[in-house]
Each structure stands twice: as structure tokens, then as C-alpha cells.
Ligand binder design. Structure first.
Ligand code: ATP
Length: 419
């Protein structure tokens, strides 16, 4: 059976992945079989999301009593009193999801979908479900049950969950052990630490039940990193198969075909050089076939902005990010071609640089007094401080779905992974 669950948490606590971990234990006890979990990240721009727009999928061999167990756990654990929590769960009694539900799942990662679309597919496929309050969680639940991660690029996240009595206390994780875990398993695990900013990325600061999550390419390295961590005791430890770090949200499009709330990779030429606004956000504009697009690297993207600042008019780039309020919020930047840049210097005379006679008024030789016009200014090429290749935001600003450059080890152009 394929089970999908979503929208059980709130800003004040809980986490749908925690419900997944608790349910795994409960279902394994009931069904006496190994139950598999997957974690699907959906469109990261959705306004209803609490944090990372996650939905949880559970796969079981048997379906006996499954719905009752899921129902009891949702009713016990979901933040049903929160006005923004609208849980949903679906139960597809098959080994692989029907094709139209697989398609729905792909769409939910890239676009904003309406609940009526989910309901139509639920009815058409005779899918059993649970919906609470507005039932909006059915969208994420159906997307999770319809995901076919095994067939596509996928990664892993090992998540540990704290004992309930510790939720309100500060987390204890030995900092040195995190650095050790990262050192021995990077680049096969990533986004554990943001080294440049000395920030621990793999553990949340909020009061949710997650102690830490180790993301990586394969279970072996993820478990190896986990074995190095010294921390407070945890109640649950689960391994999620996930679409995190795969860029599955990104569509390749032209500037004139963008939809608000979707994520894109677009090619263009810089038409307006970068400018900064208060708060340290850096904007620039690209153009392609008479269309222009504003792009922004926000302050939390930190060192990424250093690359953005070095762009000049005429540079050819591929920009990647979410299109929100007519502006692309950058996740990655590929510099494809650098436009030659020149600096004007005073011409030579009598083996010396001539003196300027004032702005636009030409030059005078200090020795022989020869006069030259402003148009005699010598143009010398400037060495560009940016290299061709792909740059990315720092790990602490990365979206769950964004593929870290370090996972792109086989591309033919240079990459500058942020670590
Ligand atoms: P957590 O990460 O802790 O699970 P969250 O960030 O996933 O929280 P939710 O509380 O699950 O946020 O809220 C997201 C809501 O948006 C859910 O109701 C889900 O069904 C809905 N949703 C997810 N993706 C889409 C989409 N593509 N279109 C429309 N609604 C969506």
C-alpha cells in the first residue's frame, strides 16, 4: 500500500516527518514487516507551507488495519487546533501509483495546484483518504503517495527525533563531532555545516522534534556520518529516501514564459549591472529577445553575492531560482561568457602619461606641451575577477530541493561549490 500524509504541523511545533517516524514504528509492530519511508519536497514557493513544504510517503506490503493506525496517529499528533493546519492522508492499495497520480506528483513539485485537482484524481482512482478541516493536506498527501523516487535521481536523509520531554530544552549536539562527521563523509553528505559562516545547518533551531538530519547521496555515507555524532539521546532514527538536492523543482524556460511561484533556469545577457539596496540584497537585470528580468541575491545568500557583484553588462549567464513578484530569487548562477571590459587611461607622450585638462577636455604633455583630445584616451582591458562556471548560495540559504553543486561532479564546466 502507498500512503501519503501532509499538513499536520504548525509554526509552534510538530513536523510531518516526525509523524512518519512514529507511524513507521507503529505500522511495523502491527504488520510485522519492514515499512519504508520517503520524504517529498514540493514546490518551495507555496504560501501555505509551514517550513520546507514536505510531505511524507509510506510504503507497506500489507494494508490490514493501516488506515485505522494512520487515523489514530493523525488525530493524536496533528496540530488540529492551529488555524493553518489542514491534514490529509491518502491510501492507494497498489505497489506503484497510477500514472495520473504520478503526473500530479511531478506537477506539485513545480507548480501550485488546486485541491479540486487532487479530489478529482482521488475520485477517479477510487483512492481511500482522510481529510481534516479544509483538507488541504490532500494535495501534498497525494503528491507523496504518487512519487516514484526510485526511478529518478534521489538522495537520502537520516533524521533523528528528540524525546518529547526535551522538546522545549536546548538541543545538545557536540560541535566537534559534527565537524568530524562532515569531514569524513563530504562530499557524499552535504549541507551539514556552512563552513564559511561557521553555521551548523543539519539541526533546526525551532522547537520541533527533529534533533538533526544528515543529507547525502547514499545510505552508507549518511550512516557513517551519523555514527560520528555525539548528542543527547534520541527517540527515533529513520532513513528517508527523498527528492531533496535534485533540482526537481526547476524548469528550463524562456524569459517570456514565466509563471509566478515556479522555479526556473534561464539564459540571458546582463542588461543592467548589479546594484545593492539597503540590507545587502543585490539586484541585476538580464535580457533576452527584448524581454528583461530582474534577479536578486538576498543577504542570507552571503558569499554568493560576491560573485553576483562582479557581473558586468554584456556577460552571458544562466540564472536559476524561484520567480516571485516579477523577480527571480537566485539559487544558482552560471557564468557562460564574460564581456571584455575596458578602462580608459591617459595617452603617452615623451615617455610619460599625459596630464588630464579636466573632465572631457583632453590631455596635455607636461614636457613638450602637446595637446590631445579626449577621444585619444587609451582603452586597456580590465582583468575580470570572476571566472566562468557555476556558483551557488551558501548551505544555510539553500532550498531543500536545490541540487548542491558538489552533486554535479561530472559536469564539463567549472563549478564553485559552497561549503
Ligand atoms: P513541514 O515541512 O514541517 O512538513 P510544510 O512546510 O510541509 O511543513 P505544510 O504544513 O505541510 O508545510 O503545508 C503545506 C500545504 O501546502 C499543505 O496543505 C500541502 O498540501 C499544500 N501544498 C503543497 N504543495 C502544493 C502545491 N504544489 N500546490 C498547492 N498546495 C500545495
Amino acid at each position: 500500500m502507498l500512503i501519503g500524509i501532509d499538513d499536520t504541523d504548525s509554526q509552534h511545533g510538530m513536523c510531518t516527518t516526525y509523524l512518519g517516524a512514529v507511524l513507521k514504528t507503529a505500522l511495523e509492530r502491527q504488520l510485522r514487516e519492514n515499512v519504508r519511508l520517503h520524504l517529498v519536497r514540493l514546490n518551495p514557493t507555496i504560501r501555505f507551507k509551514t517550513r520546507g513544504n514536505a510531505a511524507v510517503g509510506i510504503t507497506t506490503q500489507s494494508s490490514c488495519g493501516v488506515k485505522d493506525i494512520v487515523q489514530a496517529h493523525i488525530e493524536d499528533m496533528a496540530c488540529l487546533h492551529d488555524e493553518n493546519t489542514h491534514p490529509g492522508a491518502v491510501f492507494i492499495d497498489r505497489d506503484t501509483p497510477p500514472l495520473d497520480i504520478q503526473h500530479f506528483s511531478h506537477e506539485a513539485i513545480r507548480r501550485e495546484l488546486d485541491i479540486s485537482y487532487a479530489v478529482k484524481l482521488i475520485e477517479r482512482n477510487n483512492v481511500d483518504f482522510l481529510a481534516y478541516k479544509k483538507g488541504r493536506g490532500l494535495i501534498g498527501a497525494l503528491a507523496a503517495a504518487g512519487a516514484t523516487l526510485g526511478k529518478e535521481d534521489h538522495t537520502y536523509e537520516l533524521i533523528t527525533y528528540r524525546y518529547a520531554q526535551n522538546h522545549k530544552k536546548q538541543r545538545y549536539i557536540n560541535r566537534e563531532s559534527i565537524y568530524r562527521a562532515d569531514k569524513v563523509t563530504y562530499p557524499y553528505t552535504w549541507d551539514t555545516i556552512d563552513h564559511k559562516n561557521s553555521a551548523i545547518v543539519f539541526s533546526p533551531r525551532s522547537q520541533d522534534p527533529v534533533l538533526y538530519g544528515i543529507r547525502g547521496d547514499d545510505p552508507y555515507h549518511v550512516f557513517a556520518a551519523h555514527s560520528k555524532i555525539i548528542s543527547e539521546p534520541y527517540e527515533y532514527m529513520v532513513l528517508y529516501v527523498t527528492n531533496q538536492g535534485t533540482d526537481k523543482h526547476v524548469q528550463h524556460e524562456q524569459i517570456d514564459a514565466l509563471t509566478e511561484g515556479c522555479s526556473y533556469a534561464l539564459t540571458g545577457t546582463i542588461t543592467t549591472a548589479p546594484w545593492a539596496i539597503e540590507g545587502g540584497h543585490i539586484f541585476f537585470q538580464i535580457g533576452e529577445q527584448q524581454r528583461t528580468l530582474r534577479c536578486v541575491a538576498f543577504e542570507p545568500t552571503k558569499q554568493f553575492r560576491a560573485a553576483v557583484r562582479k557581473l558586468c553588462e554584456g556577460d552571458r549567464v544562466v540564472v536559476q531560482g524561484s520567480f516571485i513578484k516579477d523577480c527571480l530569487h537566485l539559487e544558482k548562477l552560471r557564468v557562460v561568457e564574460l564581456q571584455d571590459q575596458f578602462k580608459g587611461i591617459n595617452p603617452m607622450c615623451c615617455n610619460k602619461r599625459m596630464k588630464s585638462r579636466g573632465k572631457g577636455k583632453g590631455f596635455k604633455c607636461v614636457r613638450c606641451k602637446t595637446i590631445k583630445r579626449h577621444s585619444d584616451t587609451q582603452d586597456i582591458p580590465i582583468t575580470r575577477e570572476i571566472e566562468l562556471g557555476t556558483y551557488e548560495v551558501v548551505p544555510s540559504a539553500r532550498r531543500h530541493l536545490a541540487k548542491p553543486l558538489i552533486r554535479d561532479r561530472c559536469v564539463r564546466h567549472p563549478i564553485f561549490p559552497s561549503r
